[in-house]
Every structure is written in C-alpha cells, then in structure tokens.
Ligand binder design. Structure first.
Ligand code: WT7
Length: 534
C-alpha cells in the first residue's frame, strides 16, 4: 500500500460503523452519541431576531432518525433523491442528516434560486421529495415534485414516529448530489458516496484545524456545496459545535455573534471578507474576538489585502483553502501553524497529490492524483462530461495554477467561461437560455465582469431582434425578466447591447472575446483564451 492509500485506510477505519460500512450521518452524529458524547452541543442556531436554539448531538441524532422514519413512512426509498430548498433553519440540518440516514441522496438547492433553476435541478435529479417552506415553495415551486413544508406540522410529524436507525450503507452508496455549472449545457449533478465523509472529516482537522468541542462557524449558504460539506457534515464528524446564523450579512451582527458564541474556527469567503474590510478595522476591534484561533477562506481568489487585513482586525491572517464540488473536500490549504504567504493557496492536504500540467511558463492545469475518498462518483446521467474530467490516472480540475519551489500552489484562473460571483459558480449557458426567452432577444452572451467585492458579476451582452432598439427601459425589463426566472443569484446585474455577437466557426458565442473587449485586452491573442468547454 502506498503512503496515501494507508493514510486513507486508517482514516476510513476511524469512521467505520458497527455494520462494517460507512454512513455519513452515522459518522457525523450517531457515532459521537455511541461514544458517550451525546450531551455535547452540535448546533447553536441563532434566529434573525436573536433567538437561540441549541441541539445536542443526541437530540440531532434523534431528530434526524425521526425524519428518516418520516421519509420511510412516505414511501421514500434508499437511493431516491431528497432535496431541500430552505433558508438556514434548524430543520435544514435535520433534513440533510435524516435523508442521508435513510440511505437517500441529499440534494441542497440555493434558496436564492428562482423558479427556473429550481425546476431544472429537481427535474435533472428526478427528486422524489423536496423539503421547503410554504413561502419559498409558493414562489419557486413546481407541481412536478411533492413538497414537505417545515413550517406546516413539522414538529408533529417528527413526534409521531420512532427514530429510524442509520441505513447500513457502504462507502460507495450515493449520499450527496450537488449541482455545479458547466460552460455549455445543463447544470451537472455531481454525486458523492458516503465514503466522502472520510476526506471531509480528515480535512476538517488537517486543513481547518478543528478539534472536538471547538465552536465553529461556516458562513457559506447551506444551498451550496461548502454549506453542506463544511457547514454540516465535516465539522460534525470532527465533533465541533456549529454556529448557524439565520440573519443576513451585517458586520456588527457578525462580530457580536463571534464574540457571544466564542467562535474558535471561522470559515468564510473572500467576498464576505472584502465586505467586512469596507466596514473598517475599527468596528472589528470593538469586539472581544480573542476566542478565534483559525481563520480560513474558500471559493474565489483571496487577495493579499484581505489576508493581511485579517491580521490587523483579528490578529490572525486568513488561510486560503482550495477545492471544488467534484473533489468533495479541501485539496489544497495553508494549514494552521503554517505561515501564510499572500497570493498562494498553500500545500496539498495529507493524502492528496497534486501537480500542474502544461508547458513550463505556459498555461498549466491543476491536476490531482486518483483516487481519494471524496472524489465525485460522476455527473448524474452524463458519462461523457464525467470522462472529460479524467486523464491517465489524474483528475483534471479545469483550474490554471502554478507551483512554487517550496510546494505551495498559486491559483491563476479557470480554463473555461464559468463565472464566479460571490464565491458561487454561475454557468453562462443557463443565464443565456433564460435571456433568449425574452421576445426582444436574438442572441445573448454572458460573462463574468471583474468586481471589487463579488470578484465577478454577471454581465450579459445582447443582440436584439429586428424591430427592437436599445433603451434603459428595455435594460430594466431584461434584468427584471432574468430575476423573475433565475432569481438574484444568477440574474445579470449589467446588460450591454451589441449589433451582433462574435462567434466561433462552429457558431458558438465567443464569450472570451466579449470578455477581452470588456477588459480592454487585445483581441488578437485568443488562442489561449479558447474555451475548454467542460
Ligand atoms: C471553483 C470550484 C469552494 C469550494 C466549493 C465550491 C474556485 C475554489 C478557490 C480559492 C481561487 C478558488 C476554483 C474552483 N475556487 N477555491 N481558494 N482560490 N479560486 O466549489 O462551486 O465547484 O467551485 O472555485 O475556480 O474550480 P465550486
């Protein structure tokens, strides 16, 4: 056995359930109860109005077992997909853990998605049930999938059943389904098996420095992969106490929360850090944040100013971490105790081998040596796009990177046209498709336009049909149409009109050229900008 294989085998052994297999919910919750740690607080939920609800590991094990029983009572079978469309409510944690406990595949949806992304993902997932609120479902729901409302008889429903024990799953049984975006075509549903928890648990300790009993706060929305993996499963598996805030972003609220809850490990995003920076260092210094031990960031390039601002405001730099939906867990990080070099992602985490492929000095792709426990099992019903991710025993990330002589990696960019806005991936194709539904639109090309806070914002270039002319009214109408259909997370924030859009010879819109023009870059050198098209 190689060193890496031995490392993962040992990590897997520590999470193996009594029946010899692995279940993510058992590893995250029930295991601690079995080990006599049931009275430890698993979740401290803070409501919009400041109300606090705490749940111990024993209570979370009980409630998730009850939700698993509710699913079974409704005839939901193992391997069927149970989705959530929920704000950050205690019921979200119960539903996620309960679905996985029942052997179902858990698929979170972002509450800021509009009706079209919700319908599309539920239909691609062939979801058997969606757990949501009456208000969200009224605005975004579809009649095609049965819905269970957490604000209509939820407590009674759970009280009426006996908790179900964990389904006796193996590491390879599917557990999580996360939608991610490609350059072309529909969103891709990346499937992960229960065994992913092995790498998620390991990296919670090695990359984030989490220890049992630590108070931990992950600010990522639970509708995205970070919110599920490092907002629920990984930190619970590590025995942490999760802080969950229902409220909206507000610097003073955030600092007060960290002070009151005595947060030890804080995992957030560059967009949030840049927004905090705007509110000033003085504000941060007004609070007693001495409980903080480790600050980490993920999802988009962490600028050097943000790293050093962490030092000024909190006495600790932000440590970058890198991963993707497909990798299922953190792959690169500057771990606790390691000096932070601004502009670098850090090193591979234990058990992971990475490299950069391509001409020295040229464009180089970050690749990861197969296998590792949290690698995705494939995109749902899309063998072709799955195959395109692999070559010669390596996983191709689609990110461009370099490696310093000391082994630290640096993020350079992406090989494709996918947009990253506030840390969320947006597929231009999904946005263009909705814009094309508008009666005035002949063609649409969507790009990420650099933005000082969000990293990128979604910008649409539109060629109009004959009989339509550019105007401010039309711009407003297009943006309103997109927001209605796509929701604020995906809708373009800016629209520009063009007489015609540039195309490749095969007729695809050349988004890279639109971007080059937007940035005022020379248009000649497009060979290296050509879309990877994954
Ligand atoms: C893409 C993956 C964030 C993990 C979960 C979301 C970009 C990720 C960093 C970072 C610069 C980063 C990459 C990657 N990304 N971390 N530290 N610095 N860029 O996963 O939605 O699949 O996004 O996020 O481009 O490929 P995702």
């Amino acid at each position: 056995m190689t060193g890496r294989a031995a490392y993962w085998a040992e990590e897997a052994a520590s999470l193996t359930a009594p029946w010899g297999g692995i279940n993510m919910a058992w590893a995250a919750v029930d295991r601690h109860v079995a080990a006599g740690q049931g009275e430890r607080v698993a979740l401290r939920w803070i409501g919009r109005d400041g109300a606090v609800r705490a749940m111990t590991y024993a209570e979370l094990a009980d409630a998730s077992g009850r939700f698993a029983a509710v699913l079974r009572g409704m005839g939901v079978q193992p391997r069927e997909v149970v989705a959530t469309l929920l704000p950050r409510l205690p019921a979200l944690y119960v539903a996620a853990l309960g679905a996985v406990k029942a052997g179902c595949v858990y698929a979170p949806l972002f509450a800021a998605f509009g009706p079209e992304p919700v319908r599309l993902r539920l239909s691609l997932a062939k979801a058997r049930l969606v757990v949501t609120t009456a208000a969200l479902w009224a605005r975004k729901g579809t009649a095609e999938v049965p819905a269970l409302m957490v604000d209509e008889g939820w407590g009674e429903r759970l009280a009426a059943v006996e908790p179900l024990p964990c389904a006796r799953t193996t590491a390879d049984d599917p557990a999580l389904l996360h939608f991610t975006s490609g350059t072309t075509g529909a969103p891709k549903g990346a499937l992960h098996g229960h065994g992913a928890i092995v790498a998620q648990h390991a990296t919670a300790r090695t990359a984030l420095g989490l220890r049992a009993g630590d108070v931990y706060w992950c600010t990522a929305d639970p509708g995205w992969v970070t919110g599920t993996v490092y907002g629920i499963f990984a930190p619970l598996a590590a025995g942490a106490t999760l802080v969950a805030d229902e409220g909206d972003f507000d610097p003073a609220r955030w600092y007060a929360l960290m002070e009151r809850e005595r947060v030890v490990v804080w995992y957030t995003t560059p967009t949030a850090i840049r927004l905090l920076m705007r509110s000033g260092t003085e504000l941060a210094r007004r609070y007693d944040l001495s409980s903080l031990r480790h600050l980490a960031s993920v999802g988009e390039p962490l600028n050097a100013e943000a790293v050093t601002w962490g030092r000024e405001a909190f006495g600790h730099p932000f440590h970058d971490t890198w991963w993707q939906t497909e990798t299922g867990a953190i792959m690169l990080a500057t771990p606790p105790g390691e000096p932070v070099i601004p502009g670098t992602l850090g090193f591979t985490v234990p058990g992971i081998e990475a490299d950069v492929w391509g001409e020295p000095g040229g464009v180089r792709e970050l690749v990861l040596r197969l296998p590792w426990p949290s690698l995705f099992q494939g995109y749902l019903n899309d063998a072709e796009r799955t195959r395109a991710c692999f070559a010669d025993g390596w996983y191709r990330s689609g990110d461009l990177a370099t490696r310093d002589p000391d082994g630290r990696f640096r993020f350079v960019g992406r090989v494709d046209d996918i947009i990253k806005t506030s840390g969320h991936l947006v597929g231009p194709f999904e946005v263009e498709s909705v814009l094309l539904e508008h009666p005035a639109v002949a063609e649409a090309g969507v790009i990420g336009k650099p933005d000082v806070v969000a990293g990128e914002l979604v910008k649409a270039f539109i060629a109009l049909k004959p009989g339509f002319a550019p105007s401010e009214d039309l711009t407003r109408d297009l943006i309103a149409h997109a927001r209605r259909r796509l929701g604020p997370a995906l809708a373009p924030r800016e629209v520009a009109f063009a007489d015609a859009l540039p195309h490749t010879r095969s007729g695809k819109i050349l988004r890279r050229l639109l971007k080059a023009r937007e940035l005022g870059l020379p248009e000649g050198d497009l060979s290296t900008l050509e879309s990877g098209g994954r």
